[in-house]
Design a protein around this ligand. Structure first.
Ligand code: NAD
Ligand code: WQD
Length: 339
């Protein structure tokens, strides 16, 4: 099968490309490199031992997207491309709505014209909104608390509407929890272009000496140690979930399927700190500060549907995740080089 991976130079896309190739799929990538460095491509080629076909353009460019579908045989699409920073989306709502919605509309339009009807979409646990009970199951109502989250809610709805109009489509809405970790080689990983917002990238930069200390945003939540619980999932387990979902789309009768990709385990901020300290082999500096606006006490998946229907389960522990994140960060203290 020939799979188009949009955003394939990004964090989750790059790890998924490796597993697609290992599973014998033929891959092509579209990425604007808005949030990725070209170096990732040579690293992917070194890991997979294969030259990669990469189109560097923005999916909102209708002519280039249409050209791509006219020129290339494409059997299925995994759509990772999009902006993903929650805080930035509050500052730049129009940019987020425009990029995330337009790129998806242009892509889906080209797919429809060229009869490509298999699509795996990167959704997020953020669609469960602020007051969802844990563990979160796929049947909960969706909502959001910021523009980024609304783009995911809206795109899910757009894709459901496409599937109503054209029931031959097979669409997977994958709701990721908190992806962390890196490829075991330490050559591919998450490389924030700015000050990291997310816990593990920030902690990695503290450990490597780029940041002075971790600030823990609140220890007065109603959780076992007072810090919030999240469902951290190793990016390699997440990538494997995409391979499983893609293969399920070949046989399922449902035009749209929604699957949580999480471990089902809630891990606290202090638990992550201590796991990272074990990976690094020393204590890491931190202080407790006030809560971060918009944070909720607990978010973790009910992962049973993905297990039952995809035969997929996350297997890696928080210690595995921190060890792999640390290998990546210590081998690449400043992330991917520019050249
Ligand atoms: P990422 O930023 O590393 O990767 C996204 C890639 O898409 C980047 O390489 C970027 O250059 C590219 N891109 C962005 N807009 C584009 C456009 N218009 N045309 C072409 N390429 C474009 O992000 P990631 O962490 O790998 O996330 C991948 C997807 O998963 C995103 O849709 C994100 O919203 C979703 N997601 C991520 C997380 C997370 O915490 N990382 C959690 C849930 C969902
Ligand atoms: C985790 C915990 C923080 C940084 C975000 C998005 C979500 C999804 C995944 C895309 C929280 C605490 C963090 C720090 C801290 N992305 N923390 N100090 O907020 O669960 O989810 O990424 O879809 O939509 O909102 O992840 O890693 O930012 O935070 O104490 O410097 O770590 O308060 O409890 P979050 P996170």
């Amino acid at each position: 099968m020939r799979v188009l991976v949009t955003g394939g130079a990004g964090y989750i896309g790059s790890h998924t490309v490796i597993q697609l190739i290992a599973a014998g799929q033929d891959v092509l990538i579209v990425d604007s490199f808005a949030n990725a460095k070209p170096t990732v491509i040579s690293r992917l080629e070194a890991i997979t031992g294969k030259p990669l076909l990469v189109y560097a353009f923005d999916l909102r460019d209708t002519d280039k997207t249409e050209d791509l579908f006219a020129r290339e045989q494409i059997d299925a699409v995994i759509h990772f491309a999009g902006h993903k920073a929650v805080g930035e989306s509050v500052q730049k709502p129009l940019e987020y709505y425009e990029n995330n919605l337009d790129s998806t509309l242009v892509l889906a339009g080209a797919m429809a014209r060229h009869a490509v009807t298999k699509l795996v979409f990167s959704s997020s646990a953020t669609v469960y909104g602020a007051n969802a009970p844990v563990p979160m199951s796929e049947d909960l109502p969706t909502s959001a608390t910021n523009p980024y989250g609304w783009t995911k809610v809206m795109i899910e709805q757009i894709l459901r509407d496409v599937a109503v109009a054209q029931p031959e489509w097979r669409i997977a809405l994958l709701r990721y929890f908190n992806p962390v970790g890196a490829h075991a080689s330490g050559t591919i990983g998450e490389d924030p272009s700015d000050i990291p917002n997310n816990l593990v990238p920030y902690l990695s930069q503290v450990a490597v000496g780029r940041r002075e200390k971790l600030q823990i945003f609140g220890d007065d939540y109603d959780t076992p140690d007072g810090t919030p619980l999240r469902d951290y999932i190793h990016v390699e387990d997440l990538a494997a979930g995409h391979i499983a979902a893609l293969s399920k789309l070949a046989t399922t009768e449902s035009p749209v399927s929604t699957w949580n990709l999480g471990t089902g385990v809630g891990t606290s901020v202090l638990d992550v700190l201590h796991a990272f300290e074990r990976a690094v082999g020393r204590a890491l500096p931190y202080e407790i500060v006030g809560r971060r606006a918009g944070d909720i006490a607990a978010s973790y998946a009910d992962p049973h549907r993905a297990h039952a229907e995809l035969g997929w389960t996350a297997t890696r522990t928080i210690d595995d995740m921190c060890a792999d994140s640390w290998r990546w960060q210590s081998q690449n203290p400043n992330g991917y080089p520019d050249a």
